[in-house]
Write a protein that binds this ligand. Structure first.
Ligand SMILES: [Zn+2]
Ligand SMILES: [Zn+2]
Length: 442
């Protein structure tokens, strides 16, 4: 599998990066991290062997990793390391403030209930497309669409999923042997499809879904639905990022059937690791409002706020804890105007779209520019780190600034700004694809 997603940094509370959770499910632990010193007879033989291998090949000395090491998966990493710490207490925290042990354990759940569903290839499954030419399924060929075409249509915060069951019933006991009633909860639904070039790939997922054994009536789809999940727990992977490759060996993997009950532990774990990597790298937001319209309407920080001109401003690109919300407000976060002023100073009072853009001269004698948060602060709820950081604040001439907020054709200018800031945003723990950013401006 190619490295299509950004790796997810594992960061201590004090900002030290001691590892990366990689898109292919591997975990890189950097030197200086602590070797896990615990009794090994309860570990699977593979992990005991891994520990011996690390010691014998001089990766570890005095309980500390002296070289970087990439573990095949998080289970391996969890069995072999603690991470880096400076104060003698072996506790580490991810950027989410989750203790490392807890964090890695969540990827180690052999009990995850999972169902893999085969659907027609579509771009957005939101009712906007007629279907696909890339299928051999009889129904789709005859009717021009599959009824999974609404699987990612946001209906009041929920998705209602359909897959074409030939015998009309899902065997929920094969997903959870303890299942009793008509449905089960907390299932990971993995949507797969044959892509236009012929390979089978993962197109999206529902987490924490409810699965019904029998079809449920649905006012929007005459065929009904089997699966229900919160839209915010679900994700449709953009077409260009659908890269998961199923093994070439066709035995014991999904085939033509509508559903596959994941009765292959190795492949099941590969799928879960992949989905966790995707999930860690996406912006968890559901579009419920126009973020950009609500952003910075009042108190725009501009050249006029810079009374004493600092000779320089050195931007810092590190993850910062989320700011607190303003009192008596459910949606507004406290902003640090010094950072916004810094963005203008660091850009030398020139527009980040094009340095040649003319503005007028402010009373201070400097060109009038305005600060703007590339990812709107009104989207802060969707991030675990602060958006009010140097990486995310840009300097714009007033015309470009109003254009970004109210203009019609802003995709190119937004993409230019995004590409210029992408690396620094990632260094600041802010992970968002361009498509996700663009959504916030629509
Ligand atoms: Zn703005
Ligand atoms: Zn401009």
């Amino acid at each position: 599998m190619k490295n299509e997603f950004n790796s997810f940094k594992i960061i201590t509370k004090d900002g030290l990066v001691f590892g990366h959770y990689n898109p292919d499910g591997s975990v890189k632990i950097t030197k200086g991290s602590y070797f896990r010193n615990h009794e090994t007879n309860t570990l699977l033989l593979d992990y005991r062997n891994k520990r011996t291998e690390l010691i014998n090949n001089n990766y570890v000395n005095n309980g500390i990793f002296i070289k970087d090491y990439v573990f095949k998966n998080s289970r391996e990493a969890y069995c072999c390391c603690y991470g880096r710490q400076d104060n003698g207490i072996a506790k580490f925290y991810t950027i989410d403030n989750i203790e490392l042990d807890v964090y890695l354990k969540q990827f180690n759940d052999d009990n995850q209930k999972i169902l893999v569903c085969n659907v027609t290839w579509m771009e957005n499954y939101s009712g906007k497309e007629p279907g696909s030419n890339y299928t051999n399924w009889k129904y789709v060929k005859e009717h021009g669409f599959g009824h999974e075409f609404l699987n990612f249509y946001n209906n009041e915060g929920y998705y209602y999923g359909f897959t074409n069951m030939n015998n009309g019933k899902i065997n929920i006991k094969r997903i959870d042997e303890n299942a009793t009633g008509d449905y089960i909860d907390n299932v990971l639904i993995v949507w797969i499809s044959k892509n236009p070039s012929g390979g089978l790939t993962i197109v999206g997922y529902y987490k924490n879904a409810r699965v019904y054994a029998n079809i449920q009536p649905y006012e929007l789809n005459i065929d009904g639905y089997y699966f229900k999940a919160k839209a915010k727990d679900s994700y449709l992977i953009p077409v260009e990022n659908r890269k998961f490759e199923f093994p070439k060996d066709r035995s014991n993997r999904p085939g033509q059937a509508s559903v596959w009950y994941a009765d292959n532990d190795v492949l099941k774990q590969d799928i879960i690791d992949y989905i966790n990597a995707v999930d860690n790298n996406r912006l968890h937001f559901v579009k419920e409002r126009y973020y950009i319209e609500k952003d910075d309407e009042s108190n725009i920080v501009s050249t006029s706020d810079i009374t004493s001109i600092e000779p320089t401003y050195i931007p810092e690109y590190i993850p910062v804890k989320k700011p607190r919300k303003k009192e008596n407000s459910s949606s507004s976060y406290v902003r640090d105007s010094a950072k916004a002023k810094g963005a203008i100073i660091a850009s030398n009072f020139k527009c980040n779209i094009d340095e040649s853009h003319m503005s007028f001269i402010a009373k201070s004698g400097k060109p009038y520019m305005e600060a703007h948060h590339l990812i709107p602060i009104s989207a802060q709820d969707n991030f675990d780190v602060s958006l009010d950081v140097d990486a995310n604040i840009i300097c714009l001439c007033p015309n470009c600034h109003r254009n970004l907020h109210y203009g019609k054709d802003i995709k190119n200018m937004l993409e230019g700004l995004y590409n210029a800031r992408k690396k620094h945003l990632e260094e600041s723990g802010i992970i968002a694809s361009f498509e996700e950013l663009f959504e916030l401006y629509k």
